[in-house]
Write a protein that binds this ligand. Structure first.
Ligand code: NAD
Length: 362
């Protein structure tokens, strides 16, 4: 593919590389995008999803890999952004077909010669990362801990969201605790469940919704309220998107009644202009690229930078200070939080010299 053949969105997002292949074993279309390697090898998860078309998958991989560049830069990690998506069937794949697909993905990553490292995302697991790593050594983060990886990153992601939420609650609601706040969480999956438990334990009035109604009893068992109502239209102090991306479109931005939106779901904005619409309505949106960075910080710190758990947690908790900086910058300059996040990347603060990933390395 030469440059003039590229879809407009590739130029728009300024990617370094897009590789679209049909897996020779699986026959499944795989797209790997490398947005940037200017800070170091690109990193970003591997998503298996029944996309309706290859075009939809390519648009997703371009958007998601660009967001990973922002996420890595905001988290001060020595990496750029990349992503893998595969267009899987709507019904579950048999184990053999699935393994062939994972091997095809491993080979595609291997062809990039170390410029991109993957990790788990929707539809993939630490065990899949182990298979990728066996086929393409160094090609995947988050293998199971028993196999030398850092394992499932959900707890670290939830910890990071909590740091972001606490900082944003201080900024928006001038509260030093979540106690008594009405917090709606959309998505009771790995991250949403851990976050809800931590918020409820600290006295927040947590309300959950999830399309999977079978999770209802699990929430109620934990003393967490469940609703089938649309949380976007509920009176809330904080709305937490913890399900899939694209929740915040033009209609949602108009309907949203929470003053603060902060959560881990990737690509929450259906388009970048929604951030401005939320701001006009007095709603503070914390960019998902910082709120959801805990998992990637954990993986890189533990697997690559040899940080212990204490140092890794300190680094995840530092998401709070970064969020305060972004929100303050947005208010001071009357710009959106996404624009403020870009400004914060352009003007990084010195990080402690003991942090080997400091952007101010001598
Ligand atoms: N797990 C991580 O470490 C991590 C890291 C960064 C970002 N994220 C992002 O955070 C989000 C949640 O991650 P997770 O690991 O908890 O995912 P998960 O798949 O475990 O949980 C997602 C939950 O959302 C529910 N859901 C899906 N669509 C919904 C809808 N329209 N309304 C309500 N509920 C819906 C699902 O039923 C599921 O219970 C995802 O967008 C993910 O990409 C996760």
């Amino acid at each position: 593919m030469n440059r003039t053949d590229l879809p407009p969105s590739l130029d728009e997002y300024e990617h370094e590389e897009l590789r679209v292949v049909r897996g020779p074993r699986s026959g499944i279309t795989i797209a790997v995008a490398v947005h940037s390697t200017s800070r170091g090898p690109a990193i970003g998860g591997c998503r298996l999803k029944p996309y309706s078309s290859v075009g939809e998958a390519v648009a997703d991989v371009l958007r998601l890999s660009r967001a990973m560049t922002l996420k890595c830069a905001l988290a001060d990690l020595p990496h750029g952004g990349g992503k893998t998506v595969a267009v899987v069937p709507g019904s579950p794949m048999n184990p053999h077909a699935r393994e062939e697909l994972i091997l095809d993905i491993a080979d595609t990553i291997g062809q990039l010669g170390g410029r991109y490292i993957t990790g788990p995302d929707i539809g993939t697991t630490p065990e899949d990362m182990a298979l990728i790593h066996r086929r393409t050594p160094g090609g995947a983060f988050c293998r199971p801990e028993t196999l030398g990886g850092s394992g499932n990153s959900s707890a670290a992601t939830a910890r990071g969201v909590r740091a972001a939420l606490d900082a944003a609650v201080g900024h928006v609601h001038h509260a030093d605790s979540v106690a008594g706040l009405r917090i709606g969480v959309i998505g009771f999956g790995s991250v949403g469940r851990l976050l809800s438990e931590s918020l409820a334990a600290d006295g927040a009035n947590v309300i959950i919704t999830d399309v999977n109604d079978r999770l209802r009893s699990s929430a109620l068992d934990r003393g967490i309220a469940w609703t089938g109502a649309d949380l976007l239209r509920e009176d809330l102090d904080v709305l937490v998107p913890a399900a899939t991306g694209g929740l915040l479109d033009a209609d949602a931005a108009t309907a949203c009644r929470a003053r603060l939106v902060v959560g881990p779901a990737n690509n929450q904005l259906a388009s970048d202009d929604i951030d401005a619409r939320l701001r006009e309505r007095g709603i503070t949106w914390v960019p998902d690229v910082i709120a959801g960075a805990g998992g990637i910080i954990h993986a890189v710190c533990r697997e690559e930078l040899a940080c212990d758990e204490q140092e890794t947690n300190a680094r995840i908790d530092a998401i709070g200070a970064k969020v305060t900086r972004i929100l303050t910058h947005a208010d001071t300059h009357e710009i959106t939080t996404l624009q403020a996040a870009d400004a914060v990347i352009a003007h990084p603060e010195p990080t402690p010299a003991r942090w080997p990933w400091s952007t101010h390395r001598p």
